[in-house]
Design a protein around this ligand. Structure first.
Ligand code: THU
Length: 115
């Protein structure tokens, strides 16, 4: 991760449906703080770059914290684009996974333009 401002390093990994490769991402901070991109969205951007279309099977988030990190609301909205309500989100640290949610628990009603 590149987190010189917050020192809060986040890694994200995506398992895609029908693809064996794991797509990694990390937070990339910026001197203009609002230009920072979170780990989850950077992984999704990378997956789009590689595959164009994608369906997320599950997401894993890793930080250096003992408490599991929940994706921010912006990331949840972006994850929604490529997930189903039952897509799994795991969170933890280098010692292991400490939380597991269905996507619908974290964002029950994502914005969709045509529904
Ligand atoms: N961050 C992520 O990368 N993912 C999250 O789920 C929460 C927050 C990053 C953004 C910023 O670089 C740092 O963590 C502190 O908010």
């Amino acid at each position: 991760a590149y987190a010189p401002y917050s020192q809060f390093k986040v890694g994200a990994a995506l398992k895609l449906v029908n693809e064996d490769t794991i797509i990694p991402g990390c937070n990339v901070e910026n001197a203009s703080y609002g230009a920072t991109i979170c780990a989850e969205r950077s992984a999704i951007v990378s997956a789009c770059t590689q595959f164009g279309k994608l369906q997320i099977a599950y997401v894993v988030i890793v930080t250096g914290e003992s408490k599991p990190t929940v994706p921010c609301a912006l990331c949840l909205q972006v994850i929604a684009e490529f997930s189903t309500p039952d897509t799994l989100v795991f969170s933890g640290n280098e010692a292991g996974i400490t939380a597991k949610w269905h996507f619908k628990e974290l964002l029950p009603k994502p914005f969709t333009s045509f529904e």
